[in-house]
Design a binder for this molecule. Structure first.
Ligand SMILES: Nc1ncnc2c1ncn2[C@@H]1O[C@H](COP(=O)(O)OP(=O)(O)O)[C@@H](O)[C@H]1O
Ligand code: SF4
Ligand SMILES: [Mg+2]
Length: 463
């Protein structure tokens, strides 16, 4: 395997406070290879931004890097790479923006409100590219036009631009000095899907043209499944699963990843109730012993309280065969594999017995190690959720009418993945199966009503 461009190993970052350290990033390993897109996903507060900014040493106190290493092996730096955590101020200045650029989470906050956007673009260029002023100005205009903003906007202040335009200015600024790595922290969060579609289309076109690598951070896993080569999932400051996108799509192993995957709808395949993940992530202050996902996990057993959270290969064979020597797909959960069926769902209602689950077969087929460790009684206090078994929640079967086109989750990536993901906005009403159902049902009810009340015929037509 080739050397990663950005190699993060065992990175740990804490925010110091009188109440104790908030350990926002806990021993994360992440490798970004040249020309690739790595997607980093997880709920809000799981440490994605801290990991990204910490890896370029952009965090200020009370943040402290408490362990690990970050090595950058760009084409323009010395052989052996740059040890980012040990770099001097001068080395960091040469590294940031020129080698590793960042599109920050909020364009509104990232741009200076009292400076024209052209000036801000020129500032970045002047700081990192030694060239005559006219050339820099021409480059700034070229970059703005590359992201679809007319040159006249060089004189605009940030408040005179729309949210999408401000985000494009940030992207233009990040790409203006041709970095090798671009970190995008929720670059399109808060923008409507049409603008999101346009911006991402431009970014990935530019990536192909300019050849940079992208660390793409978002809480929108469905988006990553369409654009990333590899997806990394974080939970409670730790990396819990990492896999090539197609493998994650067809066989996610970690229960948290499965939960994220069941939190958004698919336009194809069977209709299913969105399960979501009940509860919230743990407090990141202090130690987390064992698996931090225990209170929210439908697979949890006593053993999970003591488990070692180091990543291990996911045995995708499911037939006892040895995992590959270099694991492409790793998970922090040693119990649940991509083949482990979902266990039964138990919802403990405030009064009365638990609602029986429909997927009881899952219990019979559970992993052997789980059979040896029954679910502790204390875990029943919450609604116990099981990824992919949302229909069992209310104990009643749902209509399972297949949509034309088959199950999207079973298919590989299409040649135009971004188009398909973002095309949802326009295609929703046309393709949503329930739209036609509801109109037909109203029609039938109207006819039924007219049959029973002939004096008021015509209701069905009026509806
Ligand atoms: N400046 C700060 N001081 C203290 N805690 C912080 C600070 N910034 C972030 N945190 C905490 O660090 C954790 C991770 O935050 P963050 O990296 O922003 O998560 P994400 O980007 O995944 O939403 C959260 O629990 C957050 O409350
Ligand atoms: S099965 Fe146990 S170790 Fe695995 S994710 Fe659930 S709680 Fe964590
Ligand atoms: Mg963030």
């Amino acid at each position: 395997m080739t050397q990663p461009l950005l190699d993060i190993r065992g990175l740990s970052i804490a925010y110091r406070s009188p109440d104790g350290d908030t350990r926002a990033v806990r021993g994360v390993d992440l490798a970004l290879h040249a020309g690739s897109i790595v997607g980093l996903a997880g709920e809000s507060g799981c440490g994605k931004s801290t990991l990204a900014y910490g890896s370029v040493r952009l965090l200020r106190p009370p943040a402290v890097i408490t362990g690990g290493s970050v090595t950058y092996h760009g084409r323009r730096v010395q052989a052996g790479g740059v040890d980012v955590l040990a770099a001097t101020a001068q080395q960091l200045r040469a590294l940031r923006w020129r080698e590793i650029a960042i599109v920050f989470q909020s364009a509104m906050n990232a741009l200076n409100p009292v400076l024209r956007v052209g000036e801000q673009l020129l500032d970045a260029l002047r700081a990192h590219t030694p060239a005559p002023e006219e050339q820099l100005r021409a480059r700034a205009v070229e970059m703005l036009e590359l992201v679809g903003i007319p040159a006249a906007r060089m004189r605009s202040y940030p408040h005179e631009l729309s949210g999408g335009m401000r985000q494009r200015v940030m992207i233009a600024m990040a790409l203006s000095v041709e970095p090798e790595v671009v970190i995008m922290d929720e670059p399109t969060t808060g923008l409507d899907v049409v603008v999101q579609r346009e911006i991402l289309r431009q970014v990935f076109e530019l990536k192909d043209r300019l050849g940079f690598s992208v660390l793409f951070i978002t809480h929108d896993l469905s988006l990553l499944l369409e654009v990333a080569d590899r997806v990394v999932i974080m939970y409670a400051g730790q990396m819990v699963e990492s896999a090539p996108t197609a493998q994650l799509r067809s066989g996610a192993a970690h229960p948290y990843t499965r939960g994220l995957l069941s939190s958004f709808p698919s336009l194809r395949g069977e209709r299913r109730e969105l399960a979501g993940i009940p509860g919230s992530p743990p407090d990141l202050r202090g130690e987390l012993v064992g698996c931090p996902f225990v209170p929210r996990c439908g697979f949890a057993t006593d053993a999970c309280g003591q488990v070692d959270m180091r990543l291990g290969p996911v045995d995708r064979g499911g037939n006892g065969s040895a995992p590959p020597a270099v694991a492409a797909h790793v998970s922090a959960c040693p119990f649940v594999t991509a083949h482990t069926p979902s266990p039964a769902v138990t919802v403990v209602a405030p009064a009365g017995p638990p609602v029986p689950a429909t997927a009881a077969a899952g219990d019979r087929d559970r992993d052997d190690r789980h059979r040896a460790h029954p679910v502790p009684s204390g875990h029943g206090r919450r609604a116990r959720w099981t990824p992919g078994a949302g229909d069992g929640r209310r104990g009643r079967p749902r209509s399972r009418r297949p949509c034309p086109g088959g199950d999207q989750s079973q298919q590989g990536l299409s040649p135009q993945p971004l188009e398909r993901h973002l095309g949802r906005a326009g295609g929703l009403l046309r393709t949503a199966p329930w739209v036609g159902d509801r109109a037909g049902r109203r029609e039938r009810l109207g006819q039924e009503h007219d049959r029973q009340a002939p004096g008021r015929a015509g209701t069905a037509q009026r509806r």
